[in-house]
Design a protein around this ligand. Structure first.
Ligand SMILES: [Zn+2]
Length: 366
């Protein structure tokens, strides 16, 4: 008895001989027939085919003296077919160029192969940054992206930290040998925003810009401190602008972001680039004042969120704006802190960890 498969474009045929004698050559022939016809699809079809099932069914009816050898040969053939399928599946994972450069007009078929985006999802920080930007856009702010490498002028000088100013130490970050700086805050963009939008003031329009961006600090890492994080900077300049406008703007934003009205308070602080300067706190959106076991605020009910203040006259002047006529406010908050509060995330290091277990909680499809 012998049989072998031939895979054809129309399906798979099982050749069966009623001759009860079979030899090892017959199994070799079956193997060669498979090999000559196989492609990824056909190998998978072979493994699932009714003919393959029939082959094993026939084992039961084979003469007792032939069962042992027949079973051995057929099993060996199946193992071999399975290994082809595995090898082909591995070959199917082609390397990709993650930098994927191409000119925008390159025809689709000539572009580098990219990962199928349907297999992934947005990072939780990207998703939340989009929500934050969208809220501020509805409030009338323009959105501008910050830079990931900057210079001393934008990091310090333009913000009223002259050379040798002791407050520079509080913004300890990374610097290249030729003096370029990984920005320690998104305020590096303030001078640029004042200059870019100051023409608005001539037509009685305010300067209203929000700048989300990646920031860097030389930190000792722990559950609340990362060397790389995100900030959202806000700048608003117009006539007769005062602290009440600043507080109202942030209260409106936070109420929208958390979907719940929050109480806010400001306490005096010091920053070189704002005068007066404040620390801004909000009531915990996740508990009631008498609740003492809240994981987000540890029962304090007040959460310090950000630094802010009225833009220092020197900073306005450096941006080409007359502080006798126009005043404004600025703030900068950490995005991770806000997102951690909202999603009950206990460790800031999860964001950059690349752990799929963490990422999949926020809308991952795989
Ligand atoms: Zn709380």
């Amino acid at each position: 008895m012998f049989w072998y498969f031939v895979a054809q474009s129309t399906g798979i045929l099982l050749y069966y001989s009623s001759d009860m004698d079979y030899t090892i050559d017959d199994v070799i022939k079956a193997r060669e027939a498979l090999l000559s016809e196989k492609s990824s699809k056909e190998v998978k079809e072979l493994l699932r085919s009714p003919q393959f099932g029939a082959l094993f069914a026939l084992l039961k009816t084979a003469p007792a003296e032939q069962k042992s050898q027949l079973g051995k040969e057929v099993n060996a053939l199946r193992a071999e077919v399975e290994s082809w399928a595995e090898a082909e599946a591995e070959e199917a994972v082609e390397p990709i160029d993650v930098t994927a450069p191409w000119a925008p007009n390159t025809p689709t078929e000539k572009r580098p192969r990219l990962l199928d985006s349907s297999l992934g999802s947005q990072h939780v920080l990207t998703r939340e940054l989009e929500k934050i930007s969208e809220i501020f856009q509805r409030m009338g702010f323009a959105i501008e992206e910050s830079r990931q490498i900057d210079d001393d002028y934008h990091m310090f000088e333009s913000l009223n930290f002259p050379e040798g100013h002791p407050a520079r130490d509080d913004w300890d970050t990374f610097m290249t040998d030729d003096g370029l700086i990984a920005p320690a805050h998104t305020s590096t963009m303030q001078n640029r925003m004042l200059k870019k939008y100051r023409a608005n003031l001539e037509t009685n329009e305010p300067i209203a810009v929000v700048v989300p961006g990646r920031t860097f600090r030389n930190e000792d890492l722990d559950a609340r401190h990362e060397h790389t994080f995100h900030q959202v900077e806000g700048v608003y300049v117009g006539e007769h602008i005062e602290v009440g406008h600043l507080v109202g703007t942030m209260k409106t934003f936070l109420g929208d972001y958390f979907g719940k009205e929050v109480d806010v308070k400001i306490t005096p602080f010091y920053f070189p680039f704002t005068e007066p300067s404040f620390e801004f706190s909000l009531t915990c959106p996740f508990c009631e004042p008498e609740q003492s076991d809240c994981a987000v605020c540890s029962g304090e009910h007040w959460i310090e969120l950000m630094g802010m203040g009225m833009i220092h006259p020197n900073v306005l002047r450096e941006g080409g704006i007359n502080p006798e006529i126009h005043t404004g406010f600025a703030w900068g908050f950490g995005v991770e802190r806000l997102v951690m509060m909202k999603n009950n995330i206990e460790d800031i290091r999860h964001f950059n960890s690349g752990k799929l277990e963490f990422l999949r909680q926020f809308g991952g499809t795989r």
